[in-house]
Design a protein around this ligand. Sequence first.
Ligand SMILES: *[C@@H]1O[C@H](CO)[C@@H](O)[C@H](O)[C@H]1NC(C)=O
Length: 499
Amino acid sequence: MASTAQVSPTLHLLCLPFWMLLFYCSAFDSHDYANALDKSILFFEGQRSGNLPSDQRLTWRGDSGLSDGSSYHVDLVGGYYDAGDNVKFGLPMAFTTTMLAWSVIEFGSSMKDQIHNAQTAIRWSTDYLLKASTTTPATLYVQVGEPNMDHRCWERPEDMDTPRNVYRVSTQNPGSDVAAETAAALAAASIVFKDSDPSYSNKLFKTATEVFEFADRYRGSYSDSLNSVVCPFYCSYSGYHDELLWGASWMYRASQNSSYLAYIQSNGLTLGADEDVYSFSWDDKRAGTKVLLSKDFLEKSVEEFQLYKVHADNYICSLIPGTSSFQAQYTPGGLLYKGSESNLQYVTSTAFLLLTYAKYLSSNGEVASCGTSTVTAANLISLAKKQMDYILGQNPTKMSYMVGFGDRYPQHVHHRGSSLPSVHAHPQHIACKDGFQYLYASSSNPNILDGAVLGGPDNKDSFSDDRNNYQQVEPATYINAPLVGALAFFAAIPTTHSG
Ligand SMILES: *[C@@H]1O[C@H](CO)[C@@H](O)[C@H](O)[C@H]1NC(C)=O
């Protein structure tokens, strides 16, 4: 077993009261977290596809993908590239959107002047998801770009000339996973825009209703329907049950409509309500659903959801060293470690769930039950903070894994646009194979992908800032999306410099 983080249930007793813990253990102050929050949202501008607006702040990017969908007579301009390449993958894009929206729902009141940028980042995606959802006949466009061809080139998005194939799921070729995640994204975003733009919010929710119904009625995994263009890239390894329950939970959260409550009650067990899964990602939504539905049990005593609180506790307890159900792995430096590829996605999603669960618990005077011991909201917050601080530079390599944050951060980000010269600096076309000299060059990326959090170090805290080491140096929208909420939480907590 790998060594564990020095976070134990007794730690907070030594540091009582809770606020003192933050003072005492803080490497960063609220100003630093606010700065990181700004950047974490700015990153999404680097991932934009489509027509860039005049207020685009990452100015090294240009317009791209302007005829996406046209050969299929559908407008699919816009949305986000998922990571370092030029494909628009629907499943991770929808999950990213759900997590950005959940970040704003829980922690938007702490975002201050960044709330507008956060909403803009969500809308960039939901505008696209609305275009991708057509209901007569029921069809959801779930991908633009042929990933195998795309990956054979190293090209700027502004230059790309690989096939912009369009892929969809339909009643004959269903994709309940991608469709239910899209419904979750639209429903969660409808909550975000409820006050600021009610008509947009209504449109999002109405479309979510239709997309969820399509997901539920025509059941199947998009991995079966689309196969080699979604696998192994974003294969739905966990199947579609988790997304159906997650989607229904967001429909319920957005509407409080009792028909979704009834759906969750009658389908929950067959859709994984009592299955304990210890990671939360673009593929597997089970842990997130447990936390999400716990709110209703804790706040409104919806008895039917007690099951979700029990399993949310199981998930949370698995992360806390010293409890009987502990089973996570931490690096010697204290980072949660799930796997060698893009590990920080699990760290940010876990930190978000820790903070959200802490919020639900503390506002209802509750604790998590871990066998014979209990874990408090303060325990969860201190573990989340340790993970955030590690990402931002308090770690054995003394490097920030957020690009542009701090004195030392990775220089060789695995990202086509960031690593190739900007189209504004070098307007001549750089062809497919000609770009590879930039992938393999030892020089730093010419364009700073501000705010991108990368895959991160290995299980021994080692990190190799090598552009071809995509497992560690590639960014992804779903790494940053839950981070936005977590950073907002810490940005709002007053801290003092403790030296
Ligand atoms: C609740 O949702 C169901 C399913 O989408 C719908 O048929 C019904 O009209 C909704 N009820 C209300 C009050 O909106």
